[in-house]
Design a protein around this ligand. Sequence first.
Ligand code: SF4
Length: 390
Amino acid sequence: MTPALAALVARAEILTHDLSLDCVREWKAEAPGRLAMGHLPIAVPRELIHAAGMLPVGIVGGGDRLEIIRGDAYFQSYICHIPRSTIELALSGRLDALDGMLFPSICDVIRNLSGMWRLLFPDRYVHYVDLPQNFAPETGGRFWRHELDILRADFARLTGRPIDDEALRASIAVYNAQREALGDLYEARARAPWCFPAGEMYQVVRAGNLLPPEAHTAFMRDYIREAPLDPDRHDQDRSRVVVVGMFCEQPPVGLLLTLERAGCWIVDDDLQLGLRWLTEAVPLDGDPLDNLTQAFLSTHVRTASMYEPEGHRGSGLVDAVRRRGAEGVIFCAPSFCDPALLDQPMLVAALDRAGIPHTQFKYTEDTGQFAVIREQAGTFSDSIRLWSQA
Ligand code: SF4
């Protein structure tokens, strides 16, 4: 590995395990009065947080390095893991650098978590961000614009200064650059997945939860340039797969490594979807909140938490498989994740209609045993290669 690439990878690893938000504390300490706004997966208007002069901070649970001491007491056993680890992070003071929290309406678990947050931290700013599930401008559009107006006013109150349109346009431009870099990274990985190992790339992308967007864009650009220069990275006889289901609670990095070691090249995924929520650049001319609204309606990613008209479910996944030249799909969802697991039968039906092979398993963010997953993914990869040769 070249020294430049090693430094990038080491930085990404440090950020992945920065559960106490040390880098956010450092950012706040650089200038007096700086505020940081946390948010759960998936979509929140990060542009608006940025335009207010605050740092958007994506919280994606505690992963596999956090011991849950008090978090379990707040939730029943038959739900996913991310709410209990998030509560644990907060109760242990690790999230004290945050001046507020946004909870996007991804599922009932997150809704309940937002209510619990209000009870536990009555002095902190909390907002439940209700995402529209109707994408007509006169209904869902009006609704989302209203939500953005509320957040704009709230953030102005928090920071003590209004957010003007010019600041919003500048922030949209910053996030357009980040979107473009993310798109380029995913394209580059699909072309040569051996240059961008899944665990490593995941951590580079995930760094966008903590870094200011300008710094994250530069970080990704450096990684896109440096990763292919590693002389030890070569193509191998592996199956190209798309992995879906990981849009909220994150898998341990070891699970992604396991999939590769089992013989898969991951050529697309739905990890860190909140950073990639809008699939196209947002226009800069005109009213910036109208532009953000229209972008939400027409260019949001297709995922389990968003409504799709009858008969359309799964076509986005089939398109992704074809666009990335993938040979199969691995459904890899957190245990008890209602959105991912209820979506799965419809996605499976779409893949079956298209003749695309698939397999599935579940994980929790603190899964530590990968032997069974390795066997299953290895068998899947082998069978894909055998079928393609046949
Ligand atoms: S992992 Fe699934 S069920 Fe759990 S909070 Fe996230 S979307 Fe909801």
